[in-house]
Design a protein around this ligand. Structure first.
Ligand SMILES: Cc1ncc(COP(=O)(O)O)c(C=O)c1O
Length: 391
């Protein structure tokens, strides 16, 4: 083929990001189900429960009204004000609604945050294991994701010491922290988070705090980085606590001097976030009783797995502080988590995600279980895994 013609067919190098392995597990599980086999789904990180009734009713009313127009790029003012009020109610923080930006899920927030904070080539520290799209979005934007190893000893949290060691080796411009974290479900205590942010900012490292699992904290209340620094960028979402994954809506709290930048970026990239989702999100705050009941269900599931998995043979995992994940060490049984996950799906009918999705270094020894399903499913999974491992 002519060189010029070849070029027309070649995607850019920076777009060459890996896919999410969990999607492959999902597809394999769906195939098994289509063949008539029962599968307990613990692979995808999403709530089984629907959005709060208040959100659905508000969306229905907006649809009946008919006209859904663009909104302000930063979001409907009443939604931004409601989100700001949430910071007062939850964290005791008086937040200017002008610092709130509504985004297309937290995923949209990452693109805006990375674009507004970093230049191509900038190095951004991430805890390993961690949520894979952090690194993939960064590399698609021409930045360098820098994975810093964490261990069970620090509850998989990045420490100021490790951050500075990497920064001294080669300067970092950014840091993404997440508490509760995916895939480990562990949390960083408020004073440790404050120390980490202070250490980073003292070195000129911009901090982005992914708070998507706030609200799903069982061990102790999660602290927002917005309470610890006015310079940190906070990213959150209606996907997890509010059970609104498919609505694609989230928000950011941004430093005052970044507001106009985010406004201009979002206006150009998306004009605005889907109006229907914004209307529903505002009403979701009135459905907290329903969401608290869902959260109590997760707490029960967490108890079932924490008690049951060790009896089934999987006894190496950290206490699960938050979110709805349990990250289990499977090295007693296998050093190939992809193969182990495939066999567990085929032979035990339980779908979970191989650790290599979250950790290219040690993930072959781990499996992530999502416990956002029903208690009955958790009991069934424990029984199936136990029978399978004892064969
Ligand atoms: C840690 C973390 N951050 C961000 C996201 C993205 O979520 P969304 O774009 O639905 O808000 C997820 C989704 O699973 C996640 O686990």
């Amino acid at each position: 083929m002519l060189e010029a013609a070849k070029q027309l067919l070649t995607p850019s190098r920076r777009s060459d990001v890996p896919s999410f392995i969990v999607m492959d597990v999902m597809a394999a599980a769906a195939l098994k189900e289509a063949q008539g086999t029962r599968v307990v789904h613990m692979e995808v990180g999403q709530p089984a429960a629907p959005a709060p009734r208040t959100a659905i009713a508000a969306a229905q009313a907006a649809l009946a009204h008919g006209r859904l127009r663009y909104t302000e790029s930063l979001g409907i003012p009443s939604l931004r004000a409601r989100i700001a009020r949430h910071y007062g109610e939850t964290y005791g923080l008086s937040l200017d609604p002008g610092r709130v930006a509504v985004t297309t899920g937290s995923s949209g927030g990452f693109i805006l945050a990375f674009l507004s904070l970093f230049e191509p080539g900038d190095r951004v520290a991430l805890a390993n294991p961690g949520y894979p799209p952090y690194r993939h979005i960064l590399s698609a934007l021409g930045c360098e994701p820098v994975l810093i190893e964490t261990t069970a000893e620090t509850r998989w949290a990045l420490t100021g010491k490790a951050l500075i060691a990497e920064h001294r080796r080669k300067p970092l411009q950014g840091l993404v922290v997440a508490s509760p974290a995916n895939p480990t479900g562990t949390m960083i205590e408020a004073d440790n988070l404050a120390r980490l942010i202070a250490v980073a900012e003292a070195e000129g490292i911009r901090v982005i705090s992914d708070e998507i699992y706030h609200g799903l904290d069982y061990a102790f209340p999660a602290e927002t980085a917005a309470n610890l620094s006015e310079r940190a960028v906070v990213i959150n979402s209606f996907s997890k606590y509010f059970c609104m994954t498919g609505w694609r809506i989230g928000w950011m709290v941004v430093p005052e001097n970044l507001v106009r930048t985010i406004d201009r970026l979002q206006g150009n990239l998306a004009i605005s976030v889907p109006t229907l989702a914004q209307v529903a999100a505002e009403a979701a705050f009135d459905g907290r009783d329903e969401m608290e009941a869902v959260k109590h269900g997760y707490e029960e599931n967490r108890r079932i797995l924490s008690d049951g998995l060790p009896k089934a043979g999987l006894d190496k995992f950290l206490p699960v502080d938050g979110a709805f994940y349990l990250y289990a060490d499977i090295s007693r049984f296998s050093g190939d988590s992809l193969d182990f996950a495939k066999r567990m799906l085929n032979e035990a009918g339980v779908a979970a995600t191989p650790g290599i999705d979250f950790d290219p270094v040690n993930g072959h020894n781990f499996l992530r279980f999502c416990y956002a399903g029903s208690a009955a499913e958790m009991h069934e999974a424990v029984e199936r895994i136990g029978n399978w491992l004892k064969r």
